[in-house]
Design a protein around this ligand. Structure first.
Ligand code: ADP
Length: 182
């Protein structure tokens, strides 16, 4: 599927299908777990591509991990990206345990780190939408809406790109972008 984009105040929100570890952007976000000790899914792929220095840095700088709904930064090690933003999305527990606020919080925490670091481009995976079981339509809507709201304000970011690993997830983000552009 071709890349799609929406312009918001001269900032670009893009949807792409692919592997986030291959992105040449300033920062990539990781769907991490609260312990920050690596895991499966996109977390495992990012750790493999970045090399063992990534885990070493996480252990040294964040010995107690980070709470759900927050994010911390490391350098990108062997990745093309300069930084990795380790965001912790919620595990889906039916929707009445604050999951929506925590998911939006995970995206917002990454966007805040980008502003602090001066990142001009960032790529996100579909946080919580794999092993953590967040319903796809709702998860995509929160992701796109949270980023769009951020780009409507004051920001150093020129580009926010969602890099979706499957056509199925990509279709959910396409629908969410349609809704946001309306
Ligand atoms: P979570 O535990 O937050 O649900 P997962 O890693 O299980 O995190 O899944 C999050 C999303 O990342 C899923 O849509 C999954 O298909 C996707 N994903 C897995 N590997 C990659 C990758 N290399 N690049 C981009 N997305 C990926």
């Amino acid at each position: 599927m071709p890349t799609r984009s929406l312009n918001i105040n001269d900032h670009r929100l893009e949807l792409e299908t692919g592997d986030i570890t291959r992105q040449a952007v300033d920062a990539i976000a990781n769907a991490a777990n609260s312990a920050l000790r690596g895991g499966g899914g996109v977390d495992g792929a990012i750790h493999r591509a970045a090399g063992p220095g990534l885990l070493d840095e996480l252990v040294r700088r964040y010995p107690n991990g980070t709470p759900t709904g927050s994010a911390v930064e490391t350098s990108g090690h062997r990745l093309a990206a300069r930084w990795v933003l380790h965001a912790v999305g919620p595990v889906w527990q039916g929707g009445s345990h604050g999951e929506a606020e925590q998911l939006a919080g995970a995206y917002r925490a990454c966007l805040g780190l980008c502003e602090r670091l001066g990142a001009r481009s960032v790529a996100f995976p579909a946080i919580s939408m794999g092993i953590y079981g967040y319903p796809g339509d709702q998860g995509a809507r929160i992701a796109v809406h949270t980023v769009a709201e951020h780009l409507r304000g004051e920001t150093s970011l020129d580009l926010v790109r969602f890099v979706l690993f499957s056509d199925e997830t990509r279709a959910l983000f396409d629908a969410a972008l349609d809704e946001e552009a309306r």
